[in-house]
Design a protein around this ligand. Structure first.
Ligand SMILES: [Zn+2]
Length: 221
């Protein structure tokens, strides 16, 4: 098993298994009904899922969290401090946040996070990168070993590399973006990290993605 292991459902939605010395970190849980596929992928890789981390609280990323936690009770569940509130179905906004409407599905989950994280925290080899905008507490994860960025929905690569700050590709993620100016700033922040690989929530993994990210930012600006 390499570090980056993409699991796809319906050709549209991704989760990733990241190899660590103590087992696997699962990034996102896809839609409901994905638990068996994810567990089978981990078994094929020969290692247990020891952590489940979430980029954000939208339904196509947290949909199988409860089913997975039931089958993997030992796995530590981790989400950003801000999106933990959305996972608990609290859709209130903070006084200092833009008052834009929260878009997309926030089905919540029965599972409570074991740990909440903020920018700069570490989850195994992954550094937590603040990437708000698509949701208020969206985060990305930078694997410091190989500079892969697991960008959640800050970028999509379905139908070409695009940000979710503007409706561009066949996957119009921007329709579900809470605050587009903030999302564009996050897209720029991830670009500034010069990732070696871009691993999005939707679409294939892109090698040496810098130029494509530049073009995506330009088109959304
Ligand atoms: Zn998504």
């Amino acid at each position: 098993m390499t570090n980056v292991n993409r699991i796809v459902r319906l050709g549209l939605v991704n989760a990733y298994l990241v190899r660590e010395n103590d087992g696997l970190t699962l990034i996102d849980t896809m839609l409901g009904g994905s638990a068996s596929k994810i567990i089978a992928a981990a078994e094929a890789g020969g290692a247990p899922i020891v952590r489940i981390v979430l980029t954000h609280a939208h339904g196509d990323h947290v949909g199988s969290l409860d089913a997975l936690k039931q089958r993997l009770p030992e796995a530590e569940v981790i989400i950003s401090t801000r999106d933990a509130r959305l996972l608990a179905k609290d859709k209130s906004l903070d006084p200092n946040e833009p008052k834009d409407k929260l878009r997309g599905s926030y089905p919540g989950a029965k599972t409570r996070p074991d740990r909440t994280v903020d920018a700069g925290d570490r989850v195994g080899s992954l550094e937590v990168i603040a990437a708000p905008g698509h949701t208020p507490g969206h985060v990305a994860f930078l694997d410091v070993r190989d500079r892969t960025i697991y960008c959640g929905d800050v970028y999509s690569t379905l139908g070409g590399v695009a940000t979710s700050a503007k409706v561009m590709s066949i996957m119009p993620l921007a329709l579900f973006t809470w605050h587009r100016p903030t999302e564009l700033e996050s897209a720029q922040a991830l670009r500034a990290l010069s990732p070696a690989l871009l691993a999005p929530g939707h679409g294939k993994v892109i090698e040496s993605p810098q130029e494509a990210m530049d073009r995506a930012i330009e088109r959304a600006s």
